[in-house]
Structures are given as structure tokens and as C-alpha cells.
Design a protein around this ligand. Structure first.
Ligand code: HEM
Length: 511
């Protein structure tokens, strides 16, 4: 009797649930379906397995989207999303669907309502405050930090050079974390010299745990997660990150109070708060209104957001570029020739050099095209929208904007779209009809604020490293580079960016 009652309740609940969603189902059924779709399950059965399998599946969906004029649907049980690669449709999605997907709630445990994943109502004010902090004039003042940290990177790599293949990932991750912590908070955490540094350790481990949660449904509800052994560590890492940042903020507040008291009238009149060598933390306090502006919690959320947003993304991009240069030695030699022209002695890189490294810039851009660190962005559809292509996305669905797919679509990049060819970014050849055909840093009002910062950090690290070392790996046997990738919050190389380094004879970077 009880079983019958239970069964009837389940059937009744399911019928009501799907009846309420009939509008969504109707609109979805008008859109192309993927080849592996099953009744009820949708494509949920294809998105299981390790992070490499899942990434491959996301890539396959992007190809199916290309074959279906830029869109394909994907049911995961009752959850509906669309993989979109049409740049015109994407432009509209990125402008109108500003709310981020619910999966981001797991990262919010670390960064709270920091801009990147905050609900739109909170994000608007935070973005307004953050935008001036990323103006080129301010960001270029950080190049000296990147240059110093890059020299440390070169020094750390000396022990691995000439000893065959190794994973360069931990070195790159420490370089970017050191740079971000110095520019965001003004603290030298010295992760490069000390791989067991507690902040580094906590940051990388908690992000692994977040990723594990995103892909394992049973770890998602908070009440269930508490019963799993990882929960304790998860909480420990978060409280370490919060404690560390809180201390930095409190110290900064005291410093600023002291400075204010010590200022003379003349200082006030001429506003000596010039942005030179100020960290993001200084700027955020100032731009949000000083003592009446951000609270300490808001500051912590913003600073941690910059740390999460700016560390692995940049390291991933340096890693792919190094692997590509190893696979295509003739391209690496052209980069090296340019470096020899710009640096005729052993001096350290300065910001004026970056603009001259035009070929290196093209190489980085092409690497970001073929291997975008953020392969897709997921946005929520809050009300039905009609895309420029005429297709209608129903309210309640999600849109996976496939950066990976749009970057490899032959309709916009030609029949050789998959080929590694930095010169496609030559001004005379680069002629895209739509800005969304190339968007490693996204597009629209919620695009990446750190793109100039990232390009400067990437170019500085690569220039410093490639002046000192030649990157070697097996040459690729064709123009299409093959690097196995997985999804681990970002798209990362499965092999941890295996390369070998050989010391260059001519150019020497001072250590
Ligand atoms: C190669 C390096 C990087 C890549 C590929 C990258 C890519 C992205 C992408 C795809 C987004 C999401 C945009 C969206 O939802 O439409 C984003 C957001 C963001 N990124 Fe980056 N990023 C990089 C480096 C950085 C760095 C170094 C910083 C700061 C130091 C940074 C700060 C941000 C911020 C603050 C946002 C949130 C913008 C907002 O929602 O208003 N990023 N980034």
C-alpha cells in the first residue's frame, strides 16, 4: 500500500513538474538535438567520467553546434542548456543574459559576492568601482612586478633545465600567484621560493575541491557535503584564505589611517594619492569611497576574486604557449629573434618593451584562440529571448557560450581554423566580421576586466623565460597542434604542461 502511495506521489509530482515546463520543452524541441540524446536522461550519460572525458564531450557538443548553424540543445535530466557558437547570437546572449549559472555558487563560498560570479544586482556597483582600477595607466605600473617575478621564475627553473621533460605547471602557478598577490594586496607571499606556502596550498586545493563538487552531483547539496571527509579540509582552506586576506586588509587600513594623519595641508591640496605603485586594494578602498566605502568583507571578496580570476587563467595561457612553441621550433626561433632585437643586452624588461614584442603578441593571441583558458561561459536565461538567428531560448534554460567552439569555427576562421598560425593576427589579415568570433576574455558588459593585465603578465613571463631558455618537446607532426585537455575549472593540459628546457647561450637575464 505504502509503495503504491509513494509511486503515485512520484508520478503525480513528475507530471505536474513537466506540465509546468511544457513551454520550455516545446521551445527546446524546435532546436537541434545532439546525436547522443536519450529520452529522460538527455545527454547526462555522456557527461560522466574523468575531467578529460567531460572536456572532450563539451568539445564534441561545440562541433555539433557548428554543424547545426551555431546551436545545439542539451538536456541533463530536467536541466536544459544550449551550446552556442554563432558569434552574432553570442553577442546578444552576452549583452542580455547577465546572470551567471548556479554552478558558480560553489566558488562563492570562497569569494562571496566578489564581482565575477555575483548576482547582477550586486555586480553592477562592484564593476563600476573596479573598472577605473584596471585602466591601462594603472595596470602598466605593475609591469615591474611581473618582470621581477619573471626573473625569479627563470631562477627557479634553472634546476629543471637540461634534465629532460618535467611539468612546468607548478612553476607557472607560483609565478602568477606571486604576481597577483603583490599587485592585488601588496604582499610578497614568495610562493615561487616556497612551494609549501600555506596561501598557495589552500588556494590550489580548495579550487580542486570546488571542481570536484561541480562534477559530482552527490557532493552538491550543502547538507550532504558536510558528511563527506573533504568537507573539513574545504572549510579549513577557506578560513585560511579569509584569515590571511583579513589580516592584509586590517594592516592596510591602519597604514592608510597613519598616512592620513601624517599628511600636511599641502599634500591634501595637491592630492598625492597618485596611483603609481598602488595595489588594487589601495585603489578599491579609494575608489569605493575610503572609510565610508567598501567594508572589510567586501574588500576581501574583491581581492580574493582578483586572485582566483587572475592566477590560473594566466598560468594556463603561458603553459599552452610554451608547449606550442616547443612543438613548432621555427615559430619559437622567430620569437627569439624578436627578443634579440628588442633586448641587445642583459637588462630587465620594462613596460616600454612590451609594445615592441609584436610577434610574441601574435603568438599569445593564437595560443589563446586554440587553447582558451576559459573554454565556455555559462549564463542563465531569465526570460524567453529571440536570438538574431531567429531561434528562441526559453526562460529557465542555461546558455553555454562556447569560446572553444567559436574560435575553431571554419566559417569565421577559414578551412585551416585548427592550424597554429600566429600570423593570422597580422593587422592586414585579421579581419573579423563579429567581435565575438575571437573572445578569450569574453565580450559584452561582463567581459574580463583583467585582459590587459593578463597580456602584460603573460608577455613579460614568456619574454624573460625565452631569452634564457629554449623550450623543447617532440615536434608536432602537422600544422594542427594536439594537446590533451581536461576541464578543471579552467581548460588545462592533461600532462601538466610537460616541456624540457635548454639554456640559451647568447642572452642572459640578470639574476
Ligand atoms: C589569460 C588570462 C585570462 C583569461 C583567459 C580570462 C578570462 C575571463 C573570462 C572568460 C571571464 C568571464 C567573463 C564573462 O562571464 O563574460 C573573466 C572575468 C573576469 N576576469 Fe578574467 N581572464 C584572465 C585573466 C584575468 C586577470 C589577470 C584578472 C585580474 C587580475 C582577471 C579579472 C577578471 C574579473 C574581475 C572578471 C569579472 C568581470 C565581471 O564579471 O565584471 N582576469 N575573465
Amino acid at each position: 500500500m505504502f509503495v503504491w502511495l509513494l509511486l503515485s506521489a512520484v508520478v503525480l509530482w513528475s507530471v505536474t513538474f513537466w506540465y509546468r515546463r511544457r513551454h520550455m520543452v516545446k521551445l527546446a524541441s524546435a532546436l537541434p538535438k545532439p546525436k547522443d540524446e536519450l529520452p529522460l536522461l538527455g545527454i547526462a550519460h555522456t557527461l560522466v567520467g574523468n575531467t578529460e572525458v567531460i572536456m572532450n564531450q563539451l568539445q564534441s557538443l561545440s562541433y555539433e553546434s557548428m554543424q547545426n548553424d551555431g546551436i545545439v540543445r542539451g538536456w541533463m535530466g530536467h536541466i536544459l542548456f544550449f551550446v552556442v557558437v554563432d558569434p552574432v547570437d553570442l553577442e546578444m546572449v552576452l549583452k542580455t543574459c547577465m546572470e551567471k549559472d548556479d554552478l558558480h555558487r560553489f566558488i562563492r563560498k570562497i569569494i562571496g559576492y566578489g564581482g565575477i560570479f555575483a548576482p547582477v544586482s550586486i555586480w553592477r556597483r562592484r564593476r563600476k568601482i573596479l573598472v577605473p582600477a584596471f585602466s591601462p595607466k594603472i595596470v602598466e605600473n605593475f609591469v615591474y612586478v611581473f618582470a621581477e617575478q619573471s626573473q625569479k621564475l627563470v631562477k627557479q627553473l634553472a634546476s629543471a633545465a637540461g634534465k629532460g621533460n618535467f611539468s612546468i605547471w607548478p612553476y607557472l602557478g607560483s609565478y602568477t600567484l606571486d604576481s597577483v598577490c603583490e599587485t592585488a594586496m601588496g604582499v610578497k607571499i614568495n610562493a615561487q621560493e616556497n612551494p609549501d606556502q600555506p596561501f598557495l596550498n589552500a588556494m590550489s586545493r580548495v579550487l580542486n575541491l570546488v571542481c570536484e563538487r561541480i562534477f559530482h552531483l552527490w557532493l552538491q547539496p550543502d547538507w550532504m557535503y558536510k558528511w563527506f571527509p573533504q568537507y573539513k579540509k574545504h572549510q579549513e582552506y577557506i578560513s585560511l584564505l579569509h584569515r590571511f586576506t583579513n589580516q592584509v586588509i586590517e594592516k592596510k587600513r591602519e597604514e592608510l589611517k597613519f598616512e592620513k594623519e601624517a599628511k600636511t595641508e599641502v599634500d591634501h591640496e595637491f592630492d598625492l594619492g597618485s596611483y603609481k605603485k598602488q595595489t588594487f586594494l589601495d585603489l578599491l578602498i579609494h575608489l569605493s569611497g575610503g572609510e565610508k566605502g567598501y567594508t572589510n568583507v567586501e574588500l576581501r571578496e574583491e581581492v580574493l576574486t582578483l586572485t582566483v580570476a587572475g592566477t590560473d587563467t594566466t598560468a594556463v595561457s603561458i603553459g599552452y604557449t610554451l608547449q606550442l612553441l616547443a612543438k613548432y621550433p621555427e615559430i619559437q626561433e622567430k620569437v627569439y629573434e624578436e627578443l634579440c632585437e628588442v633586448f641587445d643586452d642583459d637588462r630587465m624588461l620594462v613596460k616600454e618593451d612590451l609594445i615592441k614584442l609584436k610577434y610574441l603578441e601574435r603568438v599569445v593571441k593564437e595560443s589563446l584562440r586554440l587553447f582558451p583558458p576559459v573554454p565556455l561561459i555559462i549564463r542563465k536565461v531569465l526570460e524567453d529571448i529571440t536570438l538574431p538567428s531567429g531561434r528562441v531560448l526559453p526562460a529557465g534554460s542555461g546558455v553555454a557560450c562556447s569560446i572553444w567552439g567559436v574560435h575553431r569555427d571554419p566559417r569565421y576562421w577559414g578551412p585551416d581554423a585548427e592550424k597554429f598560425d600566429p600570423d593570422r593576427f597580422l593587422p592586414e589579415r585579421f579581419n573579423l566580421e563579429n567581435p565575438c568570433s575571437y573572445m578569450p576574455f569574453s565580450n559584452g558588459p561582463r567581459n574580463c576586466l583583467g585582459y590587459q593585465y593578463a597580456m602584460m603578465s603573460i608577455k613579460t613571463a614568456l619574454a624573460t623565460l625565452l631569452r634564457e631558455y629554449k623550450v623543447v618537446e617532440d615536434r608536432e607532426d602537422g600544422p594542427i597542434p594536439k594537446i590533451r585537455v581536461k576541464i578543471d575549472i579552467m581548460m588545462k593540459a592533461v600532462d601538466g604542461y610537460q616541456v624540457a628546457l635548454e639554456r640559451r647561450e647568447k642572452q642572459k637575464v640578470p639574476t
